[in-house]
Design a protein around this ligand. Structure first.
Ligand code: UDX
Length: 461
């Protein structure tokens, strides 16, 4: 899609946009708003992050974003600050993009950041303005915040809307500039018209623009993530069945995915979902509806969560069965990011499996093209190899857990002269089973009957 930049008309000041919180969501939103032609001020409480971003340095991996950041910080169209006074006095439209992580020891979302950011900003707003929430929040948050905003700053007119973000890591720039849909909840017709101006470029390409109330807007986001998580656990539940009775989970997914009502996407069986969104969002949704007295309503999401976590146990179980004992055995883990094209290890299934294997006594060697630093910060005691070959050197078992392209393309001939034992678990169902078996490998994958079972059955007959 063509990106239509805002062309300031003579005598009319273009909108000034602030973005509060400059993590994955906020930094992307800020840089993309600048790309669309707006003057943008990003705010973060962390002075180090503000310093880095101001220098055009992106503190995480996101394809296409470093270029936008560099271009617009150099031109001065995109700036960063730690000052709410500066943001409140300067901006016309303030996007709230801070995190809502899972509370420690609880399934509910921690609302401290959203509450503090919104109210700190509201206190500093000195002219009529819009506050637009983008963070994923428990339903009812926006209405509660709207009342608090009016209380802390009755001097100016501040309208509060919710405009959830659906961006995927790895595609964040594309998803922000050319979204599938835009959802705007709450706000007067005038406020909604301002958001139409902000998103004029996407609207020019007929992107659906859904105007609704605050609650629906909040729920659309969690409903989308709950659906995606359920879809993944659905196919992974069938993977448990095919592991038991035989069958091919990839073919099964292809076949049901051809039904247009179902669709093939998000039916990739494997070690399951992780990241900063899906796991915590399904937990927060359950916690919120229980709080509302609807205890049974989202109970199925506990199953979705459990199926997902069982996939990690399955990999550890397979590794133990293959190696007989883990103590002192070298296991190579390929990939620790929660998905490819990301350096994010939050709730990463791969890193969780690596840590479980390490805790069980294995000598775990890790390689990931981008996520090594983040993984090292979480689990400093694992071995982090400098290269793929170093990670594979002397390995008794190789486990592919994040489907980076360079792993998907691996051939048995590449590994054979490096590893100690030709044993591999494909935790993402991306390698060609027959090719590895024909090359003499002990090859296991999730959703396929284990070779160990087949061998036992064979030897018994
Ligand atoms: C998700 C939503 O897709 C996005 O719309 C929302 O804004 C934020 O949360 P993201 O966390 O970036 O985005 O990752 P996503 O691409 O959805 O993948 C989530 C997890 O599911 C990953 O761990 C991925 O490996 C896993 N997954 C995905 C599967 O296991 N199987 C699949 O078929 C698809």
């Amino acid at each position: 899609m063509e990106i239509v930049a805002v062309i300031p008309q003579e005598g009319i000041m273009p909108l000034r946009i602030t973005v509060i919180g400059t993590g994955y969501l906020g930094a992307t939103h800020a840089a993309c708003m600048a790309e669309l032609g707006f003057e943008v001020l990003g705010l973060d409480a962390d002075p180090k992050k503000v310093e880095q971003l101001s220098a055009g340095i992106l503190p995480f991996h996101e394809p296409g974003l470093p270029e936008l950041l560099r271009e617009h910080t150099s031109s001065g169209r995109l700036r960063f600050t730690t000052s709410y006074e500066e943001a409140g006095a300067w901006g016309d439209v303030h996007f709230i993009a801070v995190g809502t992580p899972q509370k420690a020891g609880d399934h509910a979302a921690d609302m401290t950041y959203v509450d503090n950011a919104t109210l700190s900003l509201a206190r500093c707003i000195t002219k009529d303005a819009l506050i637009v929430g983008k963070s994923t929040v428990p339903v009812g948050t926006a209405r509660r915040l709207r009342e608090l905003v009016a209380q802390v700053n009755p001097d100016v007119s501040i309208d509060l809307l919710w405009n959830p973000e659906f961006l995927r890591e790895g595609f964040a720039v594309k998803d922000t500039l050319t979204p599938d849909r835009l959802v705007v909840g709450g706000g007067t017709p005038e406020a909604v018209a301002v958001l139409r101006e902000v998103y004029a470029s996407a609207l020019a390409s007929d992107t659906p623009f859904i105007v609704t109330d605050l609650e629906t807007a909040e729920l659309v986001k969690v409903a989308a993530n709950a659906f995606l998580a359920t879809k993944i656990s659905f196919i992974n539940a069938f993977a448990e069945v095919t592991e038991h009775v035989g069958g091919d989970i990839r073919t099964l997914a292809d076949a049901i995915g051809l039904d247009k009502r179902i669709g093939r996407r998000f039916l990739n069986a494997g070690v399951g979902f992780g990241g900063g969104c899906l796991p915590k969002d399904i937990r927060a949704l359950q916690a919120r509806v229980s709080e509302l007295g609807l205890d049974r309503t989202m109970r199925f999401l506990s199953e979705v969560d459990e199926i997902n976590l069982r996939r990690r146990e399955r990999v550890v179980h397979l590794a133990t069965e293959i190696l007989h004992e883990l103590d002192g055995r070298k296991i190579t883990v390929l990939g620790v990011a929660f998905k490819p094209n990301s350096d994010d290890v939050r709730d990463s299934p791969a890193l969780d499996v690596a840590a479980q294997l390490f805790n069980a006594g294995a000598d775990v060697s890790i390689y990931d093209p981008e996520a090594m630093n983040n993984a090292r910060l979480r689990f400093p005691r694992l071995n982090y190899a400098e290269s793929l070959d170093e990670a594979l050197d002397g390995s008794h078992l190789t486990i592919l857990l994040t489907e980076w392209q360079e792993f998907v393309q691996l051939k048995p001939s590449h590994l054979e002269h490096l590893v100690e034992s030709k044993a591999l678990i494909d935790g993402r169902n991306v390698l060609d089973h027959d090719e590895w078996i024909e090359s003499g490998w002990h090859f296991e994958s999730l959703g396929r009957r284990s070779e160990l079972v087949l061998t036992e059955a064979g030897s018994g007959s």
